[in-house]
Design a protein around this ligand. Structure first.
Ligand code: SME
Length: 162
């Protein structure tokens, strides 16, 4: 059993640091990418408040394919360049979207989503996946969340590259 204890009242930077350390601990010594993505999705859900979806899309060929996540069932395949996730994968740039309804081509998987943060995971100079976080609260994510999830993505890249 893994019993990590997120501190809800801690400063955001500390929550992200604790999340990253938990993710490193839980993936250490495990080579199965799916198992690692599943546990990291569960940790994100446990550590970060006010989410309605948290998980991975994997880069396979020229599209993203749904990976392990917590939340409602989601669209399975997203071409590179489409929606928030496809834009992150195609550009290699984090997408911080305060209002998903204002994002051209946003793909509404869960009607409850109001804001979104998508961070590419890069291994061997290639986008291998994206981490996608959705929230029912407009502008839920800020630059500190983006930096925190970018650091998480860098920390676990090798463990989920498969
Ligand atoms: N909204 C995303 C699609 C994935 S779901 O949010 C889980 C997008 O526009 O890429």
């Amino acid at each position: 059993m893994f019993d990590f204890s997120p501190r809800a009242d801690a400063p955001k930077s500390e929550i992200h640091r604790d999340l990253r350390e938990a993710a490193l601990a839980i993936t250490a010594g495990e080579s199965d990418a799916v198992a690692n993505m599943a546990n990291v999705a569960a940790l994100i859900w446990q550590f970060l408040p006010d989410l309605n979806w948290a998980g991975f899309y994997r880069a396979i060929g020229d599209e993203l394919v749904l990976g392990p996540f917590v939340g409602k069932p989601a669209c399975i395949r997203i071409p590179f360049g489409r929606g928030v996730c496809g834009t992150a994968a195609a550009t290699g740039q984090t997408q911080l979207v305060p209002d998903v309804h204002a994002f051209p081509g946003h793909i509404a998987c869960d009607g409850a989503s109001a804001s979104e943060l998508v961070v590419p995971v890069v291994a061997d100079a290639r986008v291998v996946a994206v981490i996608d976080l959705d929230s029912p609260t407009p502008a839920r994510f800020d630059e500190e969340d983006a930096a925190g999830i970018e650091a998480l993505a860098a920390a676990i890249a090798a463990a989920i590259a498969g």
